[in-house]
Design a protein around this ligand. Structure first.
Ligand code: E4P
Length: 218
């Protein structure tokens, strides 16, 4: 399973990278805004800074909603670095853009997926990744993990190459259940990775080992 970090914060990306567990990054316009990044030049420089830290896939989202605009942005974004993946929303024009970009060999991540039909369409169009937002489904009383499972099963039934990128992950249980389901990628905030490495018995055990060593060795 690949681990992506879901942030535009450079220090968090560096921290996850330094842990040695990072396979890629996902961003979105809200995450860029959270970092106070605005203006095309600044946004593109920020993507460049992310790609300088991480060699794995980095999703950069288009903000155009029409086909032409999406393609124009995608062509500019792929010039930033070879590991840029174009993140495109699941809309009619988005689907057409995914098809066109995939025909040109440009990697895409179809975002804002909330049902399996959308995921199947994105795969048919040739998306590299499909991003079901499981936490946002849970937020409205639906079962986000069930969606991840349904998409994974459908893709396996037909040997579909599009990778299931479980997104909007809120906690370690989400991540571990996605791993059990067999999702290809999980994108998470840094805190989920940090939570996952902690266990109180690890801390207690380590303190005991060090205390016993000190007792005997001073
Ligand atoms: C995915 O690529 C999105 O950036 C992200 O996972 C959305 O998560 P949120 O629901 O926490 O905003």
């Amino acid at each position: 399973m690949k681990f992506f970090i879901d942030t535009a914060n450079l220090s968090e990306i560096q921290t996850a990278h330094d842990l040695g567990i990072l396979d890629g990054v996902t961003t979105n316009p809200s995450l860029m805004a959270k970092e106070g990044i605005s203006g095309k030049n600044n946004i593109y420089s920020h993507y460049k800074a992310i790609c300088d830290i991480v060699s794995g896939d980095v999703s950069a989202e288009v903000i155009s909603t029409d086909l032409e605009g999406m393609i124009r942005e995608a062509e500019e974004l792929v010039e930033i670095a070879p590991n840029i993946v174009i993140k495109i929303p699941m809309t009619e024009d988005g689907l057409k853009a995914i098809k066109k970009l995939s025909d040109e060999g440009i990697k895409t991540n179809c975002t804002l997926i909330f049902n399996a039909g959308q995921a199947l369409l994105a795969a048919k169009a040739g998306a590299t990744y499909v991003s079901p937002f499981l936490g946002r489904l849970d937020d409205i009383g639906h079962d986000g993990l069930e969606l991840v499972s349904q998409i994974t099963t459908i893709y396996r039934n037909y040997n579909i190459e599009t990778e299931v990128l479980a997104a909007s992950i809120r906690h370690t249980t989400h991540l571990l259940e996605c791993a059990e389901i067999g999702a290809d990628v999980a994108t998470c905030p840094l805190k989920v990775f940090l939570q996952m490495l902690k266990h109180p018995l690890t801390d207690i055990g380590l303190a005991q080992f060090l205390a016993d060593h000190k007792k005997m060795n001073g």
